[in-house]
Design a protein around this ligand. Sequence first.
Ligand code: TRP
Length: 465
Amino acid sequence: MCAMPTEDATAEVSADETVAETGERDQFSGNLGFILAAVGSAIGLGNIWRFPFITAANGGAAFVLVYLGLLVVMGLPVLLAEIAVGRKAQLNAVGAYRDAGEQGETWKYAGLLGVVAALTVLSFYAVVAGWTIQYVLGSVTGAYFGDPGTYLQGILEGPSAILFQLIFMSLTAMVIAAGVSDGIENTVEVLMPALFLILGGLAIYAFTLDGAGAGYSFFLSPEWGIFTDYGSLPALLVDAAGQAAFTLSLGQAALITYGSYLGKDRDLSGSSLAVVVGNTSASFLAALAVFPMLASFGILGTAGGVETTFQALPAFFASLDLWGRVLGVAFFSVLAMGAFTSAISLLEIPVSYAVDEFGVERWKAAVLIAEAVALFGLLSALDQDFLTMADQIAVNLLIVTGIFLISVYAGWYFPDLKEEVNRGANYVKLGGFAQIMLRYVTPVLLLVLVLFSYYDFACNTVGLC
Ligand code: TRP
């Protein structure tokens, strides 16, 4: 909290400079800056614990094939759609839906849904991100080395969860207050290369461990039987589609917002391919790092998710003493950096809406919205069950609906899709491909995903079945 006044002061100067210098809306200064920002949005907890475990649980390499297929036929077209809509309108999520295509006065509510989804996700994402910071510190001091389980229980909710949630939100607000090129772009240009280097280093280290082979085969050994097990095939497809959408940050207008800061001469087709490849590489590196470590420690079969990341791996690090501290700092820094660059893209969604539509100054919007989100996030920091519920509502209802809507909008109500996707393309032109997919393929796939998710939410979360 005490950091706030300084933040405001610096933010005001740089935001004013940017506007004064260019006299127009801020933009990414290059393709690379945009790609890193979009990859930064994409890489997060979804890559580091969700991907490895969802793969291991669903038949290894066979699941990977389905997932990669869905990335191409669904992930890439929707990614192209979001960026194209944003770039066409050069406006925030709501303004972009309203101005890019037809019947905008109705469609703008889809943009509003994206803003609401972003606020909801950010409120609990910041709490989880706070845990990762506490684990970086705990790795330095060895605080969790004695008893990882007790350490985890101590930080999940309550005062320290709140403190680190607030620190994390303050840092995120500082970056957003500084603007797109000075804030977001400068940050991702440092953090994304660092993240890949450390993750690559961890994967190489993992390769040297005894039992690494068992880790790889747990992850990848293909169970081709899943393709003929017709009973469980639908659930598998839904898992793979959900992961493909979540990992690319689709359905919440994050990429609409980032796309709106792209100049008309930028290569949108090539950048989107780079984003998909970069994000997928991070998921694989994470799996290649995590499974050999668990295998060498003899705890391969554990469930995955929160306990594995914040309890099983810490136990492994603790067993290695000093070297474990280094590994712990490396691993949890990757998580913290991934969460940070994702949170930056989440906060930019409502901030850009407030700036474009209501003429609020950027730094004010950043600080006020961050404060409101942090306040709402207190509920998640105080109560694990609330956090889980917010997560389920956001992912199973809001995001899934958002991704279906952008697909229908881009395919049927945005006549300039093809032209916008191909404009400025240097290597490949994906406009024709995106148009066919968004009209005839993705809406069908996504409708299945929507219905399945709603059903799952009603049954398993609300308990109606
Ligand atoms: N892609 C992020 C991850 O893999 C999570 C995420 C989903 C997200 N939707 C988002 C991040 C929107 C930023 C914006 O962890």
